[in-house]
Design a protein around this ligand. Structure first.
Ligand SMILES: C[S@@+](CC[C@H](N)C(=O)[O-])C[C@H]1O[C@@H](n2cnc3c(N)ncnc32)[C@H](O)[C@@H]1O
Length: 294
């Protein structure tokens, strides 16, 4: 079907799978420069042949939404070293990986086929990729009357303020690559020809923007704020707006202990018994069965 092919092409583009050799080229260039080595033009040209293990590593990581920018090497004193090249080698428009984008499409298929009403929302957008995918889906299936809510500080992660987030500081001073401006995200939507008035940006900390956001109902809520505080703020403000039969997707359940804790606590407190379904090593989702929480 044309819609499926469009969405597969959109997914490949958001994940930078089509030109994935270029990611490995950057990795090779920066890794070589970092150890003051000589760059070999043949390696750059035929990177897949010369760095097959790196290429396979990047492909696997992109499928699973795992980090791939750490390079292990041995220095001139024969000591093992690890280089973190994320800030110069991470160019895809989403970090969620192929499996989680495929899950997103499946959830949206159910929403479409079962006529589950409501907008879709993502809390934690980074460069916008997963939200762009949702907008692409709605566009492909002529469901453009549904809004896509894109919530983010557009300034990166907050400095942890709760004990549950202690030790998980990914704020801009520590991880600057997570700070992506609103203008940059809008430009990314525009590049996919998917920026229109149905894409609603909520700029600011979740605790300030989400409780007063003019969202009526949601068929899908995608949580991707990593921290306990960010996950809890999103659930407290928006869970009630998810309609029965709607989906709650949690990107960081397996990756971030604070997020895992927030989900467990929220589900326990509100007596949510709908089973958590595993997407991959990090992502999970459940389908809301109750009409109101707790
Ligand atoms: C892991 S990234 C999101 C990845 C994204 N969904 C994708 O498709 O690649 C986390 C994002 O959440 C945002 N964020 C986390 N906690 C937040 C909060 N409390 N308020 C506003 N934004 C927050 C950060 O700015 C960052 O852009």
């Amino acid at each position: 079907m044309d819609e499926k092919r469009y969405l597969e092409l959109l997914r490949r583009t958001l994940l930078n799978e089509i030109y994935i050799e270029n990611d490995v080229r950057f990795l090779y260039l920066f890794a070589t420069m970092s150890v003051h080595g000589n760059i070999d033009g043949n390696v750059v040209r035929q990177i897949g042949r010369h760095k097959a293990d790196w290429l396979n590593g990047v492909k696997d990581a992109r499928r699973e939404g795992r980090p791939w920018w750490l390079i292990n090497y041995t220095d001139s004193n024969a000591q093992p070293q690890t280089l973190n090249l994320r800030s110069v080698c991470d160019f895809n428009h989403t970090m969620v990986g192929r499996l989680r984008l495929e899950n997103l499409e499946k959830c949206l298929d159910v929403i479409r086929l079962e006529n589950i009403p409501g907008d879709v929302a993502e809390t934690g957008a980074w460069r916008g990729g997963a939200s762009i995918f949702m907008k692409g889906y709605l566009q492909a299936y002529a469901l453009a009357d549904r809004n896509v809510w894109v919530a983010d500080s557009f300034e990166g992660m907050p400095v942890p303020s709760l004990p549950q987030d202690a030790g998980w500081d990914f704020s801009p001073a520590k991880v600057p690559i997570l700070a992506v401006s609103l203008e940059e995200v809008q430009e990314n939507f525009r590049r996919y020809d998917l920026l229109d008035e149905s894409v609603k940006f909520l700029k600011g900390w979740f605790c300030d923007t989400l409780p007063q956001a003019p969202i009526e109902k949601l068929s899908l809520l995608r949580l991707d704020g990593d921290l306990y505080e960010s996950t809890m703020d999103a659930l407290n403000a928006l869970y009630d707006k998810v309609v029965p039969g709607g989906f709650v997707i949690v990107d960081d359940y397996g990756d971030f202990e604070p997020c895992h804790k927030a989900i467990t606590e929220f589900r326990d407190t509100h007596g949510i018994t709908a089973p958590l379904e595993e997407i991959d090593w990090s992502g999970v989702f459940w389908r809301k069965t109750e009409s109101r929480p707790g």
